[in-house]
Design a protein around this ligand. Structure first.
Ligand code: SF4
Ligand code: SF4
Length: 475
């Protein structure tokens, strides 16, 4: 009996690993190697969130304040074939707006039907506020959608908390307001998540961290989603500016900063797997998670081509070869990084003294420290002790230190200093004397010794090189 149980569990585990192996959002490791594309085919929404302005994209899964190019299902599939032929690491297509995928069932499922026909090797994803999952569960199963994101910002059954976030919900022909709206939404979200889990669909729950509104509530959300068998929990810090025109922005609700984000993330380490590498992408994002290549692919390049022409460009065999090469490289990295990373470890599991350091890394791709400080717009931040390390978050800056030939001679480092202010070491491929001195002034050690080396093992080696954990214990 126990033998067959173990066998069943192993099979389940293997099945899950297969589903997430090349999914950049469900596997932290995969995001350095595989790309995703969001297609913006879903204009309408059936609820109102106070952090969303309908002029822009659904902020439940994308960066607010960015408008994406709307496509028909046919155009969207042509774009996937066109991009997939050029960016062979592309492994996932997601529908994340600009409204709610399941408030636009016709467009959503038409897109998935065409993708199944023309790009059968690609994984299908959608993200939703959860209101209509129960209604469309048969279609979700029919199109073999293995990954679904549901945004759940509160589990308060009274609806009091939800009423602060959602002014109205439109369900089954009726508009609900205030606490009643929040109760209807929560009921449908929980029913939906339960159905998805029951049908072996991997569920990611997104929660928008809204300062002074649901900071403490997210601990309850993390426990609830763990209890329900959700695969991964993603806390998304609110990005709020008056110019976005959202209710929260206009009311002066502030963005959630790194410190609050890290504090809430730590509080939510309740056993549920946390997604720490989300980039809050645009609803038409293209490429690896840290990059956005949406500007490289114009509608005029694919819209007038036939599906057959684009399928030849997509070249499923070449794509398979590329993915095989990626997997071989990942095996090399795994061997190099072995035992450095402990994804959900507590501080005492990372360090002999319980004290840890924050290490920032610049990486362009492939799991290596291969980006110059001057061109980096993103820093991967790890928490490290002498025993192991764990990934904490990625931090973006609006402008890189070096602006290329056009901006030669104009260097701005204040934003970067602010973003890295709590870090102890920066590992980068190359850094100039001036920025090095600037970072030195806020006590960040810059180290180029690990240029082009695998990230995780380098972070562990660097923290051991620069800090003595025994000394800390003696103090
Ligand atoms: S579900 Fe998405 S599109 Fe709808 S109101 Fe909320 S954030 Fe906006
Ligand atoms: S918003 Fe987050 S979960 Fe969605 S595609 Fe981007 S990184 Fe992945």
């Amino acid at each position: 009996m126990s033998c067959s149980c173990t066998h069943e569990q192993a099979k389940l585990q293997e099945n899950i690993l297969k589903k997430i192996n090349n999914h950049p959002c469900y596997s932290q490791n995969a995001h350095q190697h595989y790309a995703r594309i969001h297609v913006a085919i879903a204009p309408a929404c059936n609820i109102q969130c106070n952090y969303c302005n309908r002029k822009y994209d659904c902020s439940n899964e994308s960066r607010p304040g960015v408008t994406s190019c709307r496509l028909t299902p046919q155009e969207a599939v042509k774009k996937v074939l066109y991009v997939g032929g050029s960016v062979k690491q592309l492994s996932v297509v997601g529908i994340a707006g600009p409204g709610d995928a399941l408030a636009n069932p016709k467009q959503t499922f038409e897109t998935f039907a065409l993708l199944q026909k023309y790009a059968p090797d690609i994984k299908l994803c959608l993200s939703t506020n959860g209101l209509n999952i129960e209604k469309y569960i048969d279609e979700i199963l029919k199109y073999n959608i293995e990954h679904i994101t549901v945004t759940l910002n509160s589990v308060d059954e009274s609806g009091k908390m939800g009423a602060k976030i959602y002014p109205w919900v439109y369900y089954e022909g009726k508009r609900y307001k205030g606490e009643e709206a929040a109760r209807v939404l929560l009921r449908q979200q929980l029913r939906g998540i339960e159905l998805l889990v029951k049908n072996d669909i991997l569920v990611k729950v997104n929660s928008v961290l809204i300062p002074d509104v649901n900071e403490e509530e997210l601990l309850r959300v993390s426990k609830k989603v763990k209890e329900m068998g959700v695969f991964i929990f993603n806390i998304m810090p609110l990005i709020s500016k008056p110019e976005h025109g959202t209710r929260f922005g206009l009311d002066g609700v502030k963005s959630a900063d790194h410190r609050l984000f890290m504090k809430v993330q730590e509080a939510c380490e309740t056993g549920v797997k946390l997604m720490r590498h989300c980039r809050q992408c645009r609803a038409d994002a293209v490429g690896l998670l840290g990059e956005d290549r949406s500007d490289e692919f114009f509608k005029k390049e694919f819209a007038d081509k036939s599906f057959e022409e684009l399928q030849a460009h997509y070249n499923i065999n070449k794509r398979r070869e590329t993915h095989e090469k990626i997997e071989k490289w990942r095996d090399v990295l795994r061997a190099a990084n072995e035992r450095a990373l402990r994804a959900e470890a507590q501080k005492y599991e990372l360090s002999s003294t319980g004290e840890t350091k924050l290490i920032a890394v610049t990486s362009a791709s492939n799991g290596l420290i291969n980006d110059h400080f001057g061109s980096a717009k993103e820093f991967l931040v790890y928490e490290a002790g002498d025993k192991a390390i764990k990934f904490i978050m990625s931090r973006r800056v609006e402008t890189s230190y070096c602006k290329g030939p056009a901006g030669c001679g104009t260097y701005v480092i204040d934003e970067i200093k602010k973003v890295l202010s709590d870090c102890d070491i920066l590992l980068t491929q190359k850094i100039g004397e001036c920025p090095r001195k600037e970072l030195d002034s806020i006590k960040i050690i810059c180290d180029e010794d690990y240029a082009n080396e695998p990230i995780e093992i380098s972070v562990l080696k660097a923290v051991r090189k620069h800090f003595s954990f025994e000394k800390l214990q003696a103090c």
